[in-house]
Design a protein around this ligand. Structure first.
Ligand SMILES: Cc1cc2nc3c(=O)[nH]c(=O)nc-3n(C[C@H](O)[C@H](O)[C@H](O)COP(=O)(O)OP(=O)(O)OC[C@H]3O[C@@H](n4cnc5c(N)ncnc54)[C@H](O)[C@@H]3O)c2cc1C
Length: 428
């Protein structure tokens, strides 16, 4: 793992101009002993990074990270918990090092209200926190209403497992209790949603478990869409490892799920009804609730931002990163949230030092693990063109079709080391 010093962070985030002249910042900007107060809402893939990199780039900025849970359970690699390849402890992290080593004020509280005019946020217990700049990285919320009969309460019986933690444990428990010969149905959501390859990696990981423990069983993906991320590579992997065990039903052929009936454990599609051993319904998504409450989202349900700095197009001094924001061509992924966290951190440090934010560059890779030694990936580098984040031509790409097993084995290894590196970036 690269140790990020202030110097190479600035390089990485493409903001040399913004941060290179901190020594000459005027006292008016610095104020009484500090340069400003930044609050970050959400200690996940985006928020931890924004908080840490702001503090690392400029220790004179007060940084408070407000997260509702004392521990964070990662969605990346949570599909391996479903197959039994890893346990939930291995994807669970706390914030001790961010507060102990990094000088970030970590507060466990749920933000219920943002007052953009007064520059304050209010916690569940009524505590008010003041900010000069606010970063919002709350992840996603679900559009339960788009599937009749589905709700947060019903998800306690028919899990989505699209936020890792108790939902992941519930789905794993149901898979373990399913009889051999049973069917696990995964209802995959419409675009845009967090982790475009996630439902298809999940199908493979569940099939891996079934192949070893319940070989007469099947996984059927009922998709709201007619195509999906890394489709050719996934289909090839399913055929190689789980032939006849994994089936994909596109939207146009009856994959769209319109309703659930928890009483009879049934999914009701446009064409057919599916009664399964295990039902996993991943609903359509929108920006996390606090972003909605604060009026940061537009009619699409997601938050428009200045894609150079991630400052909200709706409220000044509030920055939205991660799944919740509209980030041009970037997908909603943990790696994208990490990259956006760094760009946003550099912009905020520049602004609090009276500088112009530098020209950003962004990156993303999404790995998927189909079998223990079979990984695939899609990667891209992005730049800002006419205010929009677009891919850099010729950078990144997709794993090749028909690659040798050794290549796939290395990619599976890369996937797991990616996880080690990015979580160490977040929590140490
Ligand atoms: C099964 C699955 C597999 C995935 N695999 C990958 C992968 O391999 N690679 C990859 O790059 N991405 C992957 N992702 C996507 C990745 O998890 C998300 O894109 C990423 O977590 C987004 O980061 P975020 O900061 O926007 O949200 P999150 O990481 O979800 O963080 C949001 C945080 O905000 C907190 N919060 C929300 N509201 C409040 C509030 N009002 N007050 C206080 N705290 C609040 C939440 O508790 C949470 O901790 C996967 C997702 C899933 C579901």
């Amino acid at each position: 793992m690269t140790q990020f010093t202030r110097r190479n962070f600035v390089k990485a985030a493409g903001a040399c101009a913004a941060l290179g002249t901190l020594a000459s910042v005027s006292p008016q900007v610095i104020g009484k002993g500090h340069k400003g107060r930044v609050i970050v809402i959400g200690g996940g893939y985006g928020g931890t990074i924004a908080a840490k990199y702001i503090k690392m780039a400029d220790p004179d900025i007060d940084v408070t990270l407000i997260e509702q849970n004392p521990k964070y359970v990662s969605c990346p690699l949570s599909n391996e918990v479903l197959s039994g390849e890893r346990n939930i402890e291995s994807i669970t992290f706390d914030y001790a090092k961010l507060s102990g080593n990094r000088g970030i004020n970590v507060v466990t509280d749920r933000v219920m209200e943002i007052d953009a005019a007064k520059h304050t946020v209010k916690g569940a217990g009524g505590t008010s926190y003041a900010y000069d700049k606010l970063v919002v990285s709350p992840g996603v919320d679900f559009r339960y209403e788009q599937i009749e009969g589905y709700s947060e309460a019903v998800a306690q019986k028919i899990p989505h497992a699209w936020k890792a933690g108790p939902q992941t444990a519930l789905l794993r428990k149901q898979l373990m209790a399913m009889k051999d010969g049973g069917v696990c149905y995964i209802a995959a959501p419409p675009n845009p949603f967090r982790c475009p390859p996630g439902p298809y990696e999940r199908a493979a990981q569940i099939a891996m478990y079934l192949k070893h423990h319940k070989p007469k069983s099947k996984v059927i993906i009922l998709d709201a869409k007619d195509k999906f991320s890394k489709q050719g590579l996934f289909m090839q992997g399913y055929k190689k490892f789980y032939d006849g065990m994994v089936e994909w039903v596109p939207g146009a052929e009856g994959g769209i799920i319109e309703a659930v009936d928890p009483a009879t454990n049934t999914l009701i599609g446009e064409v057919d009804e599916y009664q399964g051993g295990v039902l996993n319904v991943i609903p359509a998504q929108k920006a996390g609730k606090i972003a909605q409450l604060a009026g940061l989202a537009d009619d699409s349900g997601w938050c428009p931002v200045n894609q150079k700095t991630f400052e909200s197009s709706i409220h000044k001094d509030i920055f939205v990163i991660g799944d919740a924001c509209i980030a041009g061509k970037m997908p909603k992924s943990g790696y994208a949230a990490n990259s956006q966290g760094k760009v946003c951190a550099a912009a905020i440090v520049a602004l609090l030092n009276g500088q112009e934010p530098g020209e950003p560059s962004y990156v993303n890779t999404c790995y998927s693990i189909i079998a223990e030694k079979w990984g695939i990936s899609v990667a891209a580098v992005y730049q800002l063109v006419d205010g929009q984040i677009v891919g850099v031509k010729g950078a990144g790409g997709l794993s090749p079709m028909d690659a040798k097993p050794a290549t796939r084995a290395i990619e599976a290894q890369y996937a797991r080391s990616w996880f080690k590196n990015i979580t160490s970036d977040m929590f140490t």
